[in-house]
Design a binder for this molecule. Structure first.
Ligand SMILES: [Cu+2]
Length: 471
């Protein structure tokens, strides 16, 4: 058995010669108490009470893990365990995560910090943690089998390294990854700069979240882990709209949002009303010469993007993934498109056989929000965000940036709906309507078609209902 003194000596070797290793029961007495959090609310930033100071981040519907300073080393304790995550009000999922939540808590440190992370495995199978994007000794990189033995159920391993590069990183298992990431095991990591860095600006608001995806059948609680592409819940920090908190800022705040993608597809993240710069990736801050203004940036699989903008337009601005099926929830995949199909007669006939039969979709999917379809228990309702002007027909990866003149500095609370100045909201036109004039000067084709003129065809667009794997 290793004594406590030996343990610290052992754990203190950070040169890379020793891989992350099991901690004995005796040494467990020296572990920092794990901090567990079960609320899905966005927690106030964790102001550092030891070590070098910095401007802390706010984790969307999440929190930052407190640490213990032990002779100049920041000690954290992560617990890999099954968790129950409320993904939206009324919808809970049985996931795996860290310290009571999925994703796990954000870890915030300062460039140059010596960091020691204890990882206790309370999962029914082995695990490991890979510190995505970090410069560290090879034996601390967390690939089970390659850099360390996997952490068996019930054991605690310790990782130790120096946070060498400032930037935006993440952590996730590198053991049975497909299962463990499909179950929600991941977390955010921010390394703040030690001294003023010319490529890292001061900001008033600094948010972070991970893009993740699940395949949970309507009415069930546990994700299907063999799903490769066909996920049905698109989430930010394991929350789906309308369960995702808004980004509440003060007018003229400089805002940074850090986004990491641990889904199996790319997400074009789109902000309304402002232009942003991509100021960092998981490779660190981007050189200034590479930055240009965007309103959408694609975050590919396994990537991080750090965007920055001046919040100088008041209002409630949509902020979402631009793939339209990623702003939908719990869809059945075999629903044929019925737009334009008048099936009233058919419905009446079926109604004689099945009294509750309901036809949906002939005017588009918006009807579904109004219809309040009977759905199985614990199913994410398809579209339920209730805005000031009616239903916001969104789900999944959607939130709102709220820019307010009277938001107090450092106040992250939700200010409610924007009160639009008189005459600045789109409204119905009630004046006289003119007959539409036909545009006369249509152009021709680039060249005539070579076949004999065919009978003109006209098609109605209908999405394929049998195959749905082109996400
Ligand atoms: Cu997306």
């Amino acid at each position: 058995m290793t004594s406590r003194r030996d343990f610290f000596k052992y754990a203190g070797i950070a040169g890379g010669a020793v891989a992350a290793s099991a901690v004995s029961r005796v040494a467990m007495a020296a572990l920092p108490e794990p901090v567990i959090q079960t609320s899905p609310n966005t927690m106030a930033p964790l102001v550092p009470n030891s070590g070098r100071t910095y401007n802390p981040v706010v984790t969307l519907n999440g929190w930052t893990l407190p640490w213990r300073m032990n002779q100049g080393v920041k000690e954290f304790h992560l617990v890999s365990e099954p968790v129950v995550r409320e993904m939206a009000p009324g919808f809970k999922a049985h996931l795996w995560g860290y310290n009571g939540q999925s994703p796990g808590p954000t870890i915030e440190v300062v460039e140059g910090d010596r960091v020691r992370i204890f990882v206790t495995n309370k999962l029914p199978e082995h695990t490991s943690i890979h510190w995505h994007g970090q410069r560290l000794p090879n034996g601390m990189d967390g690939v089970a089998g390659l850099n360390q033995p996997a952490i068996p159920t019930g054991k605690t391993f310790v990782y130790e390294f120096v946070a060498r590069r400032p930037g935006t990183f993440m952590y996730h298992p590198h053991a049975d990854e497909m299962t463990q990431m499909a179950m929600g095991m991941m977390g955010f990591w921010v390394t703040h700069p030690k001294v003023k860095n010319p490529l890292i600006d001061e900001v008033q608001r600094d948010f972070c979240f991970l893009l993740n995806a699940y395949d949970i059948d309507p009415g069930s609680y546990t994700p299907k882990i063999m799903t490769m592409l066909d996920f049905n819940l698109w989430s930010w920090n394991s929350r789906i709209f309308p369960g995702i908190d808004s980004f509440n800022v003060r007018l003229n705040d400089k805002v940074r949002i850090r986004v990491g993608n641990l889904t199996m597809t790319n997400h074009p993240i789109h902000l309304h009303g402002h232009e942003f710069l991509v100021t960092g990736t998981d490779g660190g801050p981007t050189p200034k010469s590479t930055r240009w203004y965007e309103v959408t940036t694609d975050v590919a699989v396994g990537q991080m993007r750090q965007i920055e903008f001046l919040a100088d337009e008041e209002g409630d601005w949509a902020f979402h993934c631009h793939k339209s099926h990623h702003t939908m929830n719990a869809m059945g995949h075999n629903v044929p498109t019925l737009i334009g199909v008048d099936h009233r007669g058919v419905a009446k006939k079926i109604n004689n056989l099945i009294p509750d039969y309901m036809v949906m979709g002939e005017r588009g999917m918006a009807d579904m929000a109004e219809m309040e379809m009977p759905i199985p228990d614990n199913t994410a309702p398809m579209m339920t965000g209730e805005g000031p002007f009616g239903s916001v027909e969104m789900g999944g990866m959607f939130s709102v940036l709220k820019v307010r003149r009277d938001q107090k500095p450092g106040d992250y609370s939700n200010p409610g709906w924007f009160k639009h100045p008189k005459g600045t909201v789109a409204h119905e036109y009630t004046g006289p309507l003119a007959e539409p004039a036909r545009f006369k000067s249509e152009g021709g084709q680039s060249m005539p078609r070579s076949q004999k003129p065919a009978i003109p065809t006209e098609v109605k667009v209908r999405k394929p209902s049998s195959s749905h794997d082109n996400h």
